[in-house]
Design a protein around this ligand. Structure first.
Ligand code: H2U
Ligand code: ZN
Length: 352
């Protein structure tokens, strides 16, 4: 089934698209990728890693920068970041002088290892191993949510995204204030809910299912290159039933998420035949005891690469005016869908 949402002549020329989740516009100028590139190239990432690396600070039994030794863990492993950006015991303080304002922020930062195996990225995991990552995200969110309002689960993968180590790991930063993105998504989702009585992202999921940007959905999840994608191969993952937070996911949703995730990530790795860098993270409702029926859990994947060794820079116009992208979301979805189908030969093929 194919759905068109806008006349093709509009989408094939420079145009702007609206992101209802962030409330921002972006500029789409398709086919600028044919311009010559003489700038820096990313070193192609190699996929050949040992299962254990004696110099890795995340491998089981190894010593970290602070002198502590990791246990010989055999599934997942969590520790407080030795260089944490937030501290749980920062004293409360605020300052205001005319336009100058500051306030203290309390929080904590965890490092979460997805596997004892140095080489086992989520894209290489089987369903049970990926499910243990989903459970890790959920249980850690639940316990941090008892102490902090905002729980940000994320993963930086690959040196292009600043990851310090290829060992499969993510981070969780939890804080007492709602950061910028949280405030923004709370406001847009709340407004949509107040006006329509429905969830913005559930409405969006319904509109995208089976369409040109759908990367393979099942009864529980939609995986999509959002209409308003900024990064070349950006994706969004949305549960199809109302869920506000990771700990609320039931068994079926977790199993299906593990499958959707590994399929997507194998597709990402297949796209340029190399481990695909990205920053990903979950946006779940604040843990402040307030009912937020408007807030739908979702994950964003923001990969920087446009071509195998060329990254998209968010510079001049993007920094000063608004984000801009070079290939349409529909073209990106088509390429990503082929990569997903090629990398998951036994799975049902994804249409679109
Ligand atoms: P990234 O790869 O996303 O940078 O995450 C790794 C984190 O691990 C990073 O935030 C922490 C760094 O502060 N770290 C430790 O806590 N202990 C160490 O021994 C090295 C790195
Ligand atoms: Zn390691």
């Amino acid at each position: 089934m194919s759905k068109e949402l806008a006349p093709p002549f509009l989408l094939s020329q420079p145009h702007r698209r609206y992101n209802p989740l962030s409330g921002e516009w972006l500029l789409v100028s398709a086919e600028r990728t044919s311009r010559p590139w003489l700038g820096d190239e990313e070193a192609p990432a190699t996929g050949d890693l040992p299962t254990y690396d004696s110099s890795c600070y995340l491998c089981p039994g190894n010593v970290r920068a602070n002198g502590e030794r990791n246990p010989k863990y055999n599934s997942t492993f969590v520790f407080a970041n030795d260089f944490a950006a937030l501290q749980p015991d920062s004293p409360a303080a605020a300052f205001r002088d005319g336009l100058l304002r500051a306030e203290s922020e309390r929080g904590t930062c965890l490092v979460i290892c997805f596997s004892p195996r140095h080489d086992l990225s989520i894209s290489r995991m089987n369903a049970a191993q990926a499910r243990s990552v989903v459970d890790l995200w959920s249980t850690q969110s639940a316990s941090l949510g008892e102490r902090f309002e905002w729980v940000q689960v994320f993963e930086n993968r690959g040196s292009a995204m600043g990851a310090s180590n290829p060992h499969p790991h993510g981070q969780i930063w939890a804080g007492s204030a709602l950061p910028l993105e949280a405030e923004r998504e709370d406001a847009t989702q709340r407004r949509h809910f107040e006006v329509t009585g429905r969830s913005l992202l559930l409405d969006y999921a319904e509109q995208e299912t089976g369409g040109p940007r759908d990367l393979g959905s099942d009864d529980e999840w939609l995986v999509v290159v959002p209409f308003w994608a900024v990064w070349p191969f950006e994706t969004l993952i949305i549960p199809r039933r109302p869920v506000s937070r990771l700990p609320d996911l039931d068994d079926r949703q977790r199993d299906s998420l593990a499958e959707r995730l590994t399929q997507l990530l194998r597709g990402y790795d297949g796209l340029f035949e190399a481990p695909f860098p990205y920053s990903m993270g979950w946006h779940q409702a604040p843990f402040d005891g307030i009912e937020r029926p408007h807030w739908q859990l979702h994950a964003h994947f923001y990969p920087p690469l446009l071509q195998a060794t060329v990254r998209k820079f968010m510079v001049g116009y993007e920094l000063l005016s608004e984000p801009q992208r070079d290939i349409t979301a529909e073209d990106a979805a088509e390429r990503l869908r082929s990569a997903i189908n090629a990398a998951n030969p036994s799975a049902a093929h994804v249409g679109g």
